[in-house]
Design a protein around this ligand. Structure first.
Ligand code: FES
Length: 160
């Protein structure tokens, strides 16, 4: 039988097999290196959940008039100014977590009717305890800062 290329048939078949195996090996190597590279890049940018800050700047003491209760809605906190000083009082009801409203004389929970005194003590309803109070301090720029991660006793005041 004649062979136009001059190579024996077995040798040609061998070259084809060698080329095929080379291509498979190169593909596997490329895929492995690609996976390692992607892993390395992801390692440099980990999945981090950035939580909002617990420190809330509320402005200088002069911003709050004497005898006022000011609601900061996005942080669910009331700033109360009385002759003794300032208090940062949570608006989260201690019963099941609804947001309480300031009526002008008391805090009232619309969900199950708990009522709290202006300093946050419970006077009616199912709420089991006083509204939480947060620490207030003065920043270097003269603004007051509420630390929402620092719960303090309801009898404490920040004196400006
Ligand atoms: Fe406020 Fe139930 S959640 S009284």
């Amino acid at each position: 039988m004649s062979n136009p290329g001059g190579h024996p048939a077995g040798e040609q078949e061998d070259m084809t097999r060698r080329a095929f195996l080379g291509a498979v090996g190169f593909g596997a190597l490329t895929a492995t290196l690609g996976a390692v590279a992607i892993g390395g890049i992801r390692y440099m940018f980990p999945n981090v959940l950035y939580e909002p800050s617990n420190r809330l700047k509320i402005g200088g003491p002069d911003r709050f008039g004497a005898g006022t209760v000011t609601f900061i809605a996005d942080k669910k906190v009331f700033i109360r100014r009385v002759p003794e000083g300032f208090q940062a009082i949570s608006a989260v009801c201690t019963h099941l977590g609804c947001t309480v409203n300031w009526t002008g004389t008391t805090f009232h929970c619309p969900c199950h009717g708990s009522v709290y005194e202006p300093d946050g003590k419970v006077i009616a309803g199912p709420a089991p305890r006083t509204l939480e109070h947060f620490s207030i301090e003065l920043a270097r720029d003269g603004q007051m800062v509420v630390d929402l991660s620092k719960v303090i006793d309801a009898s404490e005041f920040y004196k400006a």
